[in-house]
Design a protein around this ligand. Structure first.
Ligand SMILES: CCCCCCCCCCCCCCCCCC(=O)SCCNC(=O)CCNC(=O)[C@H](O)C(C)(C)COP(=O)(O)OP(=O)(O)OC[C@H]1O[C@@H](n2cnc3c(N)ncnc32)[C@H](O)[C@@H]1OP(=O)(O)O
Ligand SMILES: NC(=O)C1=CN([C@@H]2O[C@H](COP(=O)(O)OP(=O)(O)OC[C@H]3O[C@@H](n4cnc5c(N)ncnc54)[C@H](OP(=O)(O)O)[C@@H]3O)[C@@H](O)[C@H]2O)C=CC1
Length: 521
């Protein structure tokens, strides 16, 4: 039997962020591999008109938990949802619940966070720093606590190029930041935010770095470890390939590209796409929980959960494979045919944004207006371009993360544990993974039926024909109105055409050469 699975047997486990992407997969794996665990406490808030119970019911009745119900039929008795809001003092947990948590908890997994890149600093500090501090305070009162596992991000120090498994200090102490949030007003906070975050791209990465400092400073006598995953993607193997349930990271862009909204992106094809499947992160997290509790390392160990140094894949190869997957697994009712140009400079990005994104959106909105409907494409496109601009930082750079502790842990596991809690990304086949990812996005995010694939393919063929028809009509109209009438117009027309084709050839050349070198690499 697996030593790690046996370790969690009979244990009371507290998970924050259990309703999130990673939290759900963590719970699922715990129930499936250690069905004899005592209880999992989850801190939940009511959301979107759903009570705590309704939220838990929905999770347990989702496809993700189908296998769990077979191995642990009484799973609903082993999950205890506790009302909590991490934005509030003492998390607004009732006295009785707090007492139970403090008395019984053996292991804490702290996954909750705000992962939004554009959160105001005050909110990001509250959740990613202050809440972590409060949870540590709570943990320090737990007599039976064996391990506290904090989930951070590999990008908490993305201002560095090479990142070791150590906690790096931030210039301003987290305590000072927490204090200042109490008395500074929003306008001043907004003003000082760029100065505080410095060369990090957003409040998310900055506050996650502060969160790590808090963990280091408040660790006291606790057995603590920090996990730093990179870009977390759909499941690789467990409980089945391709499961994903939110738009974060690449998932939203896969939809945007598959539906034909996103046709060009500022991305460096040779830059490493440090994606890591969510089940790999969960396996490492559970292994770290066991190791930290049983081996009690003297200091807080940091574990990088990344793929780049062990099994690198670059954005060019990833984009190529995503597009190839759309051929087999097209999405329904696409706006345009999936296609992606990777550009690396601002000028070509602006050009493609105008030609491939804004212009078709304006034309489509014009068509909607003509047919008496409400225009919506320009608004949607603006939001998409805003989102893409926020992700650009991460797809135009490469980082090196050392994985000494993660590799050390792998070598400490028995062959059975290495199999059951596999976090060896060297075994990952990217082509297969990406195809399953696209399939998962279609099935679990878009909730499209696989039976609709032939119709989706037909729709793409129709779009291709419309595209050819549109271009031909445009050419003929221009010819009829201008070119045939004057020599001057003819000269201007030939110049425009020449310039357009020159630009296209230039942009394509740039994108293709980068794309193909990256693909070959
Ligand atoms: C062939 C080409 C394709 C190749 C694939 C290439 C893939 C490249 C992917 C690169 C990812 C890099 C991520 C780096 C992650 C760092 C790791 C972490 O620790 S961080 C952990 C990970 N954290 C994150 O990834 C957080 C990123 N997300 C955010 O911070 C925010 O969502 C926001 C600021 C971008 C937009 O906020 P705001 O406008 O206020 O409003 P909302 O939030 O409500 O959404 C608005 C609309 O955008 C939609 N949508 C949402 N997300 C995405 C997406 N990723 N994408 C696309 N669309 C997205 C959403 O559906 C909605 O649509 P609609 O209702 O209008 O129809
Ligand atoms: N996804 C990724 O690419 C990466 C994620 N990480 C880290 O992994 C961890 C989990 O991320 P992920 O699962 O993707 O994130 P999600 O956004 O999917 O989940 C966040 C969780 O935190 C909870 N939460 C947020 N605010 C509160 C609050 N005020 N009170 C109670 N609970 C709250 C959410 O609850 P609710 O459902 O109620 O909103 C949800 O359960 C985070 O620490 C993140 O920084 C690290 C690297 C990459």
């Amino acid at each position: 039997m697996s030593t790690i699975a046996a370790f969690y047997g009979g244990k009371s486990i507290l998970i924050t962020g259990a309703t999130g992407f990673m939290g759900k997969v963590l719970m699922e794996k715990l129930f499936r591999t250690s069905p004899d665990l005592k209880v999992i406490y989850i801190l939940v808030r009511p959301k979107a008109g759903q009570t705590l119970q309704q939220r838990v019911f929905q999770i347990l009745n989702s496809k993700l938990f189908e296998k769990v119900k077979e191995v642990c039929p009484n799973v609903h008795e082993k999950i205890r949802a506790i009302y909590a809001d991490l934005n509030q003092n003492d998390f607004a947990i009732s006295k009785e619940d707090m007492q139970e948590l403090i008395t019984c908890t053996n292991v804490v997994f702290h996954c909750a966070a705000t992962v939004r890149f554009d959160d105001p600093l005050r909110h990001a500090v509250q959740l990613n720093v202050t809440a972590t501090q409060q949870l540590l305070l709570m943990a320090s009162q737990m007599p039976k606590l064996e391990a506290f596992i904090h989930i951070s991000t590999a990008f908490s120090n993305c201002n560095l190029k090479h990142i070791d498994e150590v906690i790096y200090p931030c210039p301003v102490e987290p305590k000072k930041i927490i204090d200042s949030m109490e008395w500074l007003d929003d306008a001043i906070i907004d003003e000082i935010t760029p100065k505080l975050i410095g060369d990090r791209p957003n409040t998310y990465t900055y506050t996650k770095a502060l969160g790590e400092m808090v963990v280091q400073q408040e660790s006291g006598n606790l057995n603590i470890a920090i996990i730093r995953p990179s870009i977390v993607g759909a499941t690789w193997q467990e409980p089945f390939p391709g499961w994903v349930d939110n738009l974060n990271g690449p998932s939203g862009l896969i939809i945007a590209a598959g539906k034909g909204f996103l046709r060009a992106i500022k991305a460096t094809p040779k830059a490493v796409a440090d994606l890591i499947p969510v089940d790999t992160v969960v396996n490492l997290t559970l292994a770290v929980g066991w190791y930290t509790a049983v081996h009690r390392p003297k200091s807080t160990l940091v574990y990088h959960c990344t793929s780049g140094n062990l099994n690198p894949c670059n954005w060019g190869k990833m984009g190529f494979q995503v597009l190839a997957s759309f051929e087999k697994i097209p999405f329904e009712r696409a706006f345009r045919r999936p296609y992606a140009d990777f550009t690396t400079n601002n000028f070509t990005t602006q050009y493609w944004n105008a030609v491939s994104h804004r212009a078709p959106a304006i034309i489509y909105d014009f068509y909607l207006r003509l047919t008496g409907r409400k225009p919506r494409m320009t608004k949607l496109m603006n939001r998409l371009l805003r989102t893409v601009s926020m992700l650009e930082y991460f797809i135009n750079r490469s980082w090196e993360w050392s994985t000494y502790n993660t590799e050390m842990l792998m070598s400490e596991l028995s062959p059975e544990d290495q199999r059951v809690f596999n976090f060896d990304v060297r075994q990952l086949n990217w082509l297969e993974y990406i195809e399953n990812y696209v399939l998962g996005v279609k099935k679990y995010l878009l909730k499209e039926d696989m039976a609709g694939i032939p119709e989706a393919k037909q729709h793409l063929k129709r779009l291709r024909n419309i595209h050819y028809l549109f271009n031909t009509a445009l050419f003929l109209i221009a010819w009829r109105l201008l070119i045939a009438r004057s020599q001057m117009a003819r000269n201007v027309w030939f110049f425009i055409m020449w310039f357009h084709f020159f630009l296209q050839a230039f942009c394509h050349q740039e994108a293709r050469s980068d794309f193909h070198t990256a693909h070959v690499l």
